[in-house]
Design a protein around this ligand. Structure first.
Ligand SMILES: Nc1ncnc2c1ncn2[C@@H]1O[C@H](COP(=O)(O)OP(=O)(O)OP(=O)(O)O)[C@@H](O)[C@H]1O
Length: 233
């Protein structure tokens, strides 16, 4: 089984570090919720894993290979797929054309669409004409069609009502159950903790909690303390 391991990772932006000494192991087949206050460094952490930005120290290894020196494209080829915050569909392309951007075979398109039967009727529709929730389905289906081994999802719920986002969560659970390791950054903390096995809380760039998602969900005071930047639990 693949493992994506961060060891003592530090990421700097502008004046100083925005992620300091974060260590984490992601296995395939489970969801890790990454939560924390605004500006905590969640997006920066995801971006340093996928190669959008460079980490300044520490290591990132995938199946024992150090991937920090690799470009974003090379990391994507190894199966690290990143759904960036606010990353939308290509609005003038149809749903099918959006999916074909990442799919290698027609079978990849079919497999992605199996998660979203409601998109079957919209394959020829320009994606920009879809609702916000449907557009996020396309974004998720497109990421799935790329055969991720690890899927980094940044605030997929942005601009969506919780009820719409809740349609996407079972699909994310299914993708994980099929063997993908998911790192889920989410503003709806309780929803994220409800589908995740593990949880990482970052505050001020440091780990405030790393452990069971269920335990964190059941103990609001633990979450509160972690949000305030308490010592790693
Ligand atoms: N392009 C950038 N240049 C300089 N500093 C940045 C840049 N992007 C983010 N930062 C800073 O890095 C820190 C971490 O931001 P980041 O977006 O990673 O946090 P976040 O936890 O994802 O926040 P949010 O929940 O608000 O999206 C913040 O202090 C932010 O101001």
């Amino acid at each position: 089984m693949s493992a994506l391991i961060l060891d003592n990772l530090t990421v700097s932006r502008g004046a100083g570090p925005v992620i300091s000494g974060v260590s984490l192991e992601l296995g395939q087949g489970s969801i890790t919720a990454l939560v924390g206050p605004n500006g905590a460094g969640k997006t920066s952490l995801l971006e340093s894993i996928s190669g959008v930005i460079a980490a300044s120290s520490g290591s990132i290894t995938l199946d024992g290979e150090a991937i920090r020196p690799l470009s974003r494209v090379a990391r994507a080829r190894r199966g690290i797929v990143h759904i960036e915050q606010g990353r939308a569909v290509f609005p003038s392309l149809t749903v099918l054309e959006n999916l074909k951007l990442t799919a290698k075979t027609p079978g990849d398109v079919d497999a992605a669409l199996a998660h979203f039967p409601e998109l079957q009727k919209r394959l020829g529709t320009a994606s920009g004409l879809l609702s916000g929730g449907e557009q996020q389905m396309v974004v998720l289906a497109r990421a799935f069609a790329a055969h991720p081994r690890f899927l980094l999802i940044d605030e997929m719920s942005l601009g969506l009502a919780p009820v719409v986002f809740m349609r996407l969560l079972p699909v994310i659970e299914q993708i994980a159950a099929d063997g993908v390791g998911v790192l889920l950054v989410e503003q709806f903390t309780n929803l994220a903790l409800g589908v995740a096995q593990d949880a990482l809380v970052v505050a001020g760039g440091r780990v405030g909690y790393h452990g069971s998602a269920a335990e964190l969900r059941a103990a609001p005071e633990l979450l509160h303390r972690a949000y305030l930047g308490g010592a790693a639990a």
